[in-house]
Ligand binder design. Sequence first.
Ligand code: SF4
Ligand code: SF4
Length: 465
Amino acid sequence: MKPSRPSKETPTTINQDGSRFFIHPADVTGFFTRWRRVFALLLIGVYVLLPWIPIGGHPAIFLDVINRRFHLFGLTFAAQDLWMAFFFITGLGFSLFFVTALFGRIWCGWACPQTVFLEHVYRRIERWIDGDATARRKLDAAPWNGAKIGKRLLKNGIFLFISAAIAHLFLAYFISIPQLYSWMTNSPTEHWGAFVFMAVATLLIFGNFAWFREQLCLIICPYGRLQSALIDDDSLIIGYDEGRGEPRGPAKQEGFGDCINCYRCVQVCPTGIDIRQGLQMECIGCANCIDACDNIMSKLNRPKGLIRYDSQAGLAGQKRKFIRPRIFIYAALMLAGATAFTLSAMQLRSANMNVVRMTGRPYYVTEEVVRNQYMVRVINKMNEPRTFELRSSAEGQTYTMEGNEEGIIVPPLGEEVRPVIISIARKNYLGRFPLEFTLISPEGENILSREAEFLGPKPELLKEL
Ligand code: SF4
Ligand code: SF4
């Protein structure tokens, strides 16, 4: 049995016997609901379009795992550039800290894909098929008859279709659209791995949005748990003005606050909590309770904002401090990450090159020459085949290089490994020396240089041989 009202002692979504209590939030209308819907539609549009919008010859975001190339708004990263991800991820993490310290869980309520798809896609369809919250609860409790089976089949069929679409959309960020289309139109036997991945992803998405729902926010997502560490009394949260609302009581009687204890704010809450019990980990900042309570206040001709966006200090009647030490610290860390990433991204080139010594002996001495052998790996990050030139230089040395006679031809988004041999005549050999390899683009541009060392015996030993 479920306790009749939400309590801070136990999650609303768990019955006293430990089973799941399925929440059916009531419909709500109002300023925040309207703008959240507009914002969600925009976001869904962005999610859908990003794999289609070409920037610099690639989709705006394309994590090409097959070719180990990552395209981000015109920048191309090879696997060798992944060290930059450290700055990107830490910068992103501190941005989240910064935004949370200022605006609480605005991400969860307005932009998280879990909320966007659940509230604005799946619940809308459920509302359309099963009716409002009361009708949905009745249908849950009703015996299995023709009407219930028909509704369940229709709803879950549509959910499954949308889940498959989201899974395909998700995959479009990792493989090219033509490749995805070919997988969709060819028999699964030609690409079993991708087919199984897609089937599992579809079922996971379906299970999440059709059944698991708010449990993902409450049990799995770590962000809600971080909330207590990231926000303080001056962060913007959604809260109840206790000073104004208490003591609760009927609207028509004297001596009570503005809260008429109608429980409307609880009925619309997608995580089933009572915001009047204070800030809780389960609150995803969706603002449904603000709109619900504002509607009640409007009907009673009382000022809106009994539940509102405010800081805990503001709700307690104190002045809200916008600028605090933690804001500076998070902003500094966020800027440090963003600056490091921008500076390193500015070093990104259209090709990459590594030079390593070939396995085996470090050098070879013949009757004529001292020889060093290197393996040069050239990575082409462009979408077309390119012929690179390899040059080498060493101050004051006279030597020959083999391995670049016709240039290094590298396929689109591919790589070429080439043995390169540097030989120096014994009479010219004066000892070890530093060597620089330079990769030249087909347009004659100096792309990058790598340092190496030419090794050999002591010159006096060579004379004795
Ligand atoms: S909706 Fe407003 S008036 Fe109704 S219970 Fe919630 S806080 Fe009180
Ligand atoms: S308490 Fe209000 S803002 Fe928080 S999740 Fe519930 S309805 Fe949304």
